[in-house]
Ligand binder design. Structure first.
Ligand code: HEM
Ligand SMILES: [Ca+2]
Ligand SMILES: [Ca+2]
Length: 319
């Protein structure tokens, strides 16, 4: 017998039927909230999927992103960090509403971290993506510090090398990086994240040559070089911005990527074949996306009172 590695041990802690006796109706409860949110505020979908990603990459999938700073303490939490400022309120609202409903039926049992994982899965499916079972059993974390955010998240101008390294440090492969980036098949980005590609790419005083000229023109209209409205956003996927499909990859092959990091996945010889494979086969993308979400969902999972808590209100630690 071999000793289990950290990764496999972590994996074994989670299970699909974790709440089978303590809260059997959990998934239906969350589903009723996500379906309603999706109807009333469709932006909740992409926003919640991104919230899940930003939770898992900082302190693991433990709901640390959901903590609000206590007024008057001056302590900054993850949510206050610069890199998290664009996380939409609708995502936090979806988790909050789901938690309130779950607490009313199964008080004190279900972690906020698990609710976020279930909600992200629901939104992938609601937008037209795959439905997959999610494993549960995460505890909520006791630490949420703004200072831990920046070094654990990618930037819109990270190099492929940096992306691969960062993902590797979370136990994720280059394949996972390409497949999970496919989440950019829905949602929007603010001009600031790609404006340098439009006017002065890498100090060249020229636009990035890897942008389709028509897309370049359209993006320039939305995002002036100076003095633009900081609230303007552009879709990641110009063809189907609201549908979870594999169009993102075809776009990269057609120079229609939005962020430098998106387009770089097609320009780098290591990741290009993976982009092509996902662009060719929607079913394969769906399968691999579900598997990669499960892998991302097992990063840094906590179990037990020593390292974890079960919050009543997802935005506040227990003591
Ligand atoms: C690979 C490196 C990645 C980088 C550099 C990156 C960067 C970004 C940036 C800059 C935005 C725009 C935020 C804004 O302006 O509002 C964004 C949005 C988004 N990201 Fe990523 N991201 C990455 C990976 C991922 C992953 C792994 C996921 C999930 C599996 C994800 C899901 C999303 C979604 C769904 C949105 C749209 C959010 C919305 O419309 O509210 N991203 N990302
Ligand atoms: Ca976290
Ligand atoms: Ca799409």
């Amino acid at each position: 017998l071999t000793k289990p590695t950290n990764a496999t041990r972590r994996h074994r802690q989670l299970s699909i039927n974790y709440y089978a006796t303590s809260c059997p109706q959990l998934e239906q409860l969350v589903a009723s909230v996500t379906a309603q949110q999706f109807k009333e505020a469709p932006v909740s979908g992409p926003a919640t999927i991104r919230l899940f990603f930003h939770d898992c990459f900082v302190e693991g999938c433990d709901g640390s992103i959901l903590i609000s700073s206590k007024p008057g303490t001056g302590v900054l939490v993850e949510k206050d960090a610069y890199d998290n400022r664009d996380l939409a309120a609708e995502a936090f609202e979806s988790v909050r509403k789901a938690k309130v409903l779950v607490e009313s039926k199964c008080p004190g049992v279900v972690s906020c971290a698990d609710i976020l994982v279930i909600a992200a899965r629901d939104f992938v499916h609601l937008a037209g993506g795959p439905y997959y079972q999610v494993k549960k059993g995460r505890w909520d974390g006791k630490i949420s510090k703004a200072s831990r955010v920046n070094s654990n998240l990618p930037r819109a101008n990270s190099t492929v090398d940096e992306l691969i390294k960062l993902f590797k440090s979370k136990g994720l492969t280059m394949e996972d990086l390409v497949v999970l980036s496919g989440a950019h098949t829905i949602g929007f980005a603010h001009c600031e994240h790609f404006v340098n590609r439009l006017y002065d790419y890498g100090g060249t005083k020229q636009p990035d040559s890897a942008i389709d000229p028509r897309l370049l023109k359209a993006l320039k209209m939305s995002c002036p070089r100076f003095g633009g409205n900081a609230d303007i956003v552009a879709p990641f996927d110009v063809t189907t911005p609201f549908t979870f499909d594999n169009a993102y990859y075809g776009n990269l092959e057609a120079k229609l990527g939005l962020l430098a990091t998106d387009q770089a996945l097609f320009l780098d010889p290591r990741t290009k074949p993976l982009v092509q494979a996902m662009g060719k086969d929607r079913q394969k993308f769906f399968q691999e996306f579900a598997a990669a979400m499960e892998k991302m969902g097992s990063i840094g999972v906590k179990r037990g009172r020593r390292h974890g808590e079960k919050r009543k209100d997802c935005s506040m630690h227990m003591s």
